[in-house]
Design a binder for this molecule. Sequence first.
Ligand SMILES: Nc1ncnc2c1ncn2[C@@H]1O[C@H](COP(=O)(O)OP(=O)(O)OP(=O)(O)O)[C@@H](O)[C@H]1O
Ligand SMILES: [Mg+2]
Length: 357
Amino acid sequence: MRDYETLWSAIPYPAFVIGTDNHVAACNSAAEVFASTSQKQMQARPLADFVGAGSAVVDVVEQARAGGSSVVLHDVEVVWADSAPRLNNLHASAMPNGEVLLLCHPRGLAEKMDRSLTHRSAARSVTGMAAMLAHEIRNPLAGINGAAQLLAMSASDDDRELTQLIQDEIKRIGDLVARVEQFGDLRPASREPVNIHDVLDRAKRAAMAGFATHARIIEQYDPSLPPVAGNADQLIQVFLNLFKNAAEAIPEVGGTITIKTAFRQGVRLQLPGQKSESLPLEVTIIDNGTGIPKNLLNDIFDPFVSSKAAGTGLGLALVSKIIADHGGVVECDSQPGRTRFRVLLPIWRAPKETEAG
Ligand SMILES: Nc1ncnc2c1ncn2[C@@H]1O[C@H](COP(=O)(O)OP(=O)(O)OP(=O)(O)O)[C@@H](O)[C@H]1O
Ligand SMILES: [Mg+2]
């Protein structure tokens, strides 16, 4: 018989066995370090005593047990007893006897925040550039366009091909400037309660009528979601861009785009110098397309990053800016055949009634 005890303590990640009654049945040594508590002190005590009753940690354990399966929850903020919150990916696997094996995989919070903040500043630099660019480019462009038109009038057929080329390219630059200008146009979103399913529905219908006719769309909605604190028009733009990218990545035949919504307790975002914000609303867009080219994966939210011949590379920069303005987070993971964009948003809270004076 092998000594599984040694194996168990060799697992470098905190691992817990949670009994059918949600009590801690066992844990490994990494878990003792994680919890700053000995196994002895944890044993037979309810998991909720340590993480709180409404915690996503308890949720994920119960989900796994109920489904008799494995459940993975990404980026859950775990507050263990009095410890500071830590971001973890949680893996819960149901075992045949009803116990659940819970693994905590700490996330590199610093790395995550770093990336999220870089997106923000990249988007901001586009905003600043937008007004200047538009102004500096539009006027000379109009002049060039006028001159090309004049030339075309007296040009031979051969030369007219060239003047047409000039005009086509001018139009392309004009369109690009218009897209960059969008950034400048985005006023700080006025927030109101927004039904995220209405937003998704409108974006989906626009997509189905236009660029996504070849896609099969699968919706997995949690109908009980509370409203998002947001701006509906801007959020529609976000999902249009995500649907468009998905539609452009999937095959003509057999392409699917899955849209999921869910409520995730315990997901919080902490920015330096700001109050941490709870982001429990999760919208996930998954496609079965080509996947994001590996060399772009870290940069796709930056402006002008594109693998497409006719792409401006501004779609995801806009997505990132709008979501950041909403106080939310967008992230993605991708491999050939499965690309997932995950948007986390805050819920709407009615402003506190001011005391009638
Ligand atoms: N769902 C996806 N599947 C595969 N690759 C993707 C997906 N979404 C984004 N990408 C990659 O990220 C790049 C950047 O996307 P982004 O939307 O910012 O620009 P774009 O789609 O190239 O141009 P535009 O949005 O202006 O048409 C894309 O060129 C593509 O390589
Ligand atoms: Mg795009």
